[in-house]
Ligand binder design. Structure first.
Ligand code: APR
Length: 263
């Protein structure tokens, strides 16, 4: 069923600068930039070799084989640009005093768009980590000068990416959980909600009484918990939604914000 909703009237949303706002993004936000995804029909994850190379059970992470896989992914992403949804996150970060952007993406597009304090749950393919001294090394160029790349201490780097089956950096995770527990307004953009612990974060926000808004062309396993689900592509819906919300600085403002929402 398609119905028209007035976000301002029906959901009492405002854009007070003091609101605690959290955004969790997934692969869907980068689909509009042309970044290939890992799950679903026709995705990279359907290639058994890709699954093996991206998992804990695969080859050692500092080997030529692993790096050649990441170099392939890095080359693909280097041809993609951040889209309007990524740039909207930069505007929101500048606007809200308490804003946290959490992403499951490793493509680095939020940082390329200009977002500053990004909590990258699964790491970033544009960095390496020394397997011996633990140093984090920026690797912005593709092709790399050597495969595997080396740390200044003389040991090979691994991609600074959380492989399937590996734990998330506890510092990043605790910041993301803390932000979610304090959230008053939580956006879930382009994620299927099937991978934990990210999937728990909107539920934590709900427990805090937050309004939780999903932006996704399709329903997800989390849809039934949402305050509001906006159906559409992130690059179209996110900037449009933000410009309307931004215009509503007080509750019950008289802006007519009409949306097509599918139930
Ligand atoms: N705009 C917004 N969302 C979209 C778009 C779009 N243009 N196109 C598709 N989507 C939605 C899909 O409907 C789906 O719900 O994006 C979601 C992508 O889901 P997943 O591929 O499962 O991505 P994600 O939730 O980020 O997965 C989490 O699992 O694949 C691994 O490590 C990878 O970090 C990733 C993690």
């Amino acid at each position: 069923m398609v119905k028209t909703v007035s976000i301002v009237k029906n959901f009492g949303l405002t854009a007070s600068r003091k609101l605690h706002v959290v955004v969790l993004t997934g692969a869907g936000i980068s689909i509009d930039s042309g970044v290939p995804i890992f799950r679903g029909r026709g995705s990279m994850g359907e290639i058994p070799e890709a699954r093996r190379l991206a998992s804990k059970a695969g080859p050692p992470w500092n080997t030529r084989e692993t790096w050649e896989f990441y170099e392939w992914r890095r080359r693909l992403v280097s041809q993609c640009k951040p889209n309007a949804a990524h740039y909207t996150m930069v505007e929101m970060e500048r606007y809200f005093e308490n804003f946290h952007l959490i992403t499951q993406n490793v493509d680095g597009l939020h940082i390329r768009a200009g977002s500053k304090g990004v909590l990258e749950l699964h790491g970033n393919m544009w960095r390496g980590r020394c397997t011996r001294c633990g140093a984090s090394v920026d690797l912005p160029e593709t092709p790399l000068r050597s495969i595997p790349p080396y740390c200044e201490c003389g040991n090979p780097l691994r991609p600074s990416v959380v492989q399937f089956g590996e734990p998330i950096d506890p510092n990043v995770l605790s910041k993301a959980f803390a932000a979610s527990r304090r959230a008053e307004l939580f956006f879930l953009i382009g994620t299927s909600g099937v991978v934990s612990p990210a999937a728990q974060m909107p539920l934590m926000a709900l427990q805090n009484g937050a309004k939780v808004i999903e932006i996704n062309p399709d329903p997800t396993v989390l849809t039934r918990y949402m305050t509001l689900s906006l159906r559409g592509k992130a690059a179209e819906v996110v900037p449009r939604f933000w410009s309307e919300l931004h215009a509503c600085k007080t509750p019950h403002a008289k802006q007519a914000s009409l949306w097509q929402s599918r139930e």
